[in-house]
Design a protein. Structure first.
Length: 118
């Protein structure tokens, strides 16, 4: 059973940076596709960025050029580097992993709060 634990959230001023981490355990890191999602108050959860061996990295238009997703296989950790943060980036950020076997199995972390405010 894959477990995901996010960290790195916090309060940052507009224009600042944060790096989120997602530590994975209980599975072989490179066997999964990973992604970051976020959910702002009163809004639906949206995909921010995904990374896979087959498709590489993808980003939602609102974060292109500002966010970078990456993974460290040796550390079993997924990252999201967030630069030039805006108030509209404020949300709970969730790490997501998908395993493509006979069926698609999806795993979620508990989330980490990111607040962008002056």
């Amino acid at each position: 059973q894959l477990q995901l634990v996010e960290s790195g959230g916090g309060l940052v001023q507009p224009g600042g940076s944060l790096r989120l981490s997602c530590a994975a355990s209980g599975g072989t890191f490179e066997h999964y596709d990973f992604g970051w999602f976020r959910q702002a108050p009163g809004k639906e959860r949206e995909g921010v960025s995904c990374i896979s061996n087959s498709a590489g990295a993808t980003y939602v238009d609102s974060v292109k050029g500002r966010f970078t997703i990456s993974g460290d296989i040796a550390k079993n950790t997924l990252y999201l580097q967030m630069n030039s943060l805006k108030p509209e980036d404020t949300a709970v950020y969730y790490c997501n992993a998908r395993f493509f076997g006979a069926a698609v199995i999806t795993y979620w972390g508990q989330g980490t709060q990111v607040t962008v405010s002056s």
